[in-house]
Design a protein around this ligand. Structure first.
Ligand SMILES: [Fe+2]
Length: 323
């Protein structure tokens, strides 16, 4: 196979691919809730990815349905991703390690936002049970980096470590391209959007989906200094056209598990699938790959969203929070 060390006869590397999946939400029968359709859909995506045979698989967080509640879901998710037989690189998502931090509660009685905040304990749990992060590496002259952006500004040890890591990234020699993997998009609608009020029903989801202005500005600046060229995100479960800001292309990827908020954005499309990027000499081109088959199973059980502990339903064989 042609590679950086073994180029094609023309002297140029042949085009090659990497794939980006996010919000795969592999669940478990042992959990207080389970939707087998999410697992079916992931298995369909995995088969399609294996057929495409990319060099790398980037997994953009939310690898579990309820990893922040049930530790055991992580082993399940890792084993299932391993089955693709493709080198994979992962960052956490909010259902793995907790949500964007707030001291205020949103307008919904069925959820308690401050109790969902990301914590250092959950981040460490992910590092121990899944993979360490942040990370950066070179592959065929392209730099790949990943970290959980929503910690920015929290002053958690993971935030302080990530800031040092970003400073180090800016000192590295520029690569041909630099792909940054995130979970939350840095902005929901516009790069200079305001801080949304989570107590306002009309703006709760705008708050929930993206970063506040201060950490967003910090990261956009840090990414420019680190010569980042592409930022891949998930979380909203809704693909939107890539947008270029100050020379960086921001790609909002779809979920493989379940669609969400296709009608929230004028240019949104919540069709399930994943992105595959073709790298040629001077280009990195994303392409959406829809799932060939979306599961029609209707035997899901348990509530959606972020139910409070008292709303989590445990039958005889389901396990309570923890491991
Ligand atoms: Fe998700």
């Amino acid at each position: 196979m042609p590679s950086a060390d073994n180029p094609t006869p023309s002297g140029q590397d042949a085009p090659w691919k990497f794939a980006h999946v996010t919000d795969i939400h592999i669940g478990s029968e042992r959990s207080f809730r389970f939707n087998p359709a999410f697992n079916d859909n992931w298995e369909t995506a995995r088969r399609q990815i294996m057929d495409l045979n990319p060099d790398l698989l980037l997994v953009g967080g939310d690898i579990a349905r309820d990893g922040s509640i049930h530790d055991f879901e992580f082993a399940n998710s890792c084993a299932s991703i391993d089955e693709a037989g493709i080198p994979w690189h992962v960052i956490p998502g909010n259902m793995d390690t907790g949500n964007k931090v707030t001291e205020l509660d949103g307008p919904w009685t069925e959820r308690d936002d401050p109790s969902l905040n990301v914590t250092e304990e959950l981040l460490e749990n992910f590092r121990q049970r899944v993979r360490p992060f942040p990370w950066t590496f070179l592959h065929r002259g392209i730099r790949f980096s990943g970290f959980y952006e929503i910690v920015t500004g929290t002053e958690l040890p993971t935030d302080l470590e990530a800031r040092r890591w970003l400073e180090e990234l800016a000192t590295l020699p520029p690569a041909r391209r630099h792909i940054m993997l995130n979970h939350y998009p840095l902005f929901v609608h516009e790069p200079d959007e305001v801080a949304y009020d989570l107590t306002d029903k009309d703006h709760y989801h705008d708050w929930y989906f993206g970063l506040d202005p201060e950490p967003r500005r910090f990261l956009m600046d840090a990414y420019r200094k680190a010569n980042v060229t592409h930022v891949l995100s998930g979380h909203i479960h809704c693909r939107r056209p890539p947008i270029e800001v100050d020379g960086i292309v921001y790609c909002k990827g779809p979920s493989t598990a379940f669609p969400q908020f296709g009608d929230h954005f004028p240019d949104g499309d919540d069709t399930l699938g994943f992105l595959v990027f073709t790298v040629a000499e001077d280009t990195v081109t994303p392409e959406f790959v829809p799932l060939e088959k979306v599961s029609r199973r209707t035997d899901a059980r348990g509530p959606g969203g972020h139910p409070k502990p008292e709303a989590r339903i445990y039958g005889g064989h389901q396990e309570r929070d923890g491991n």
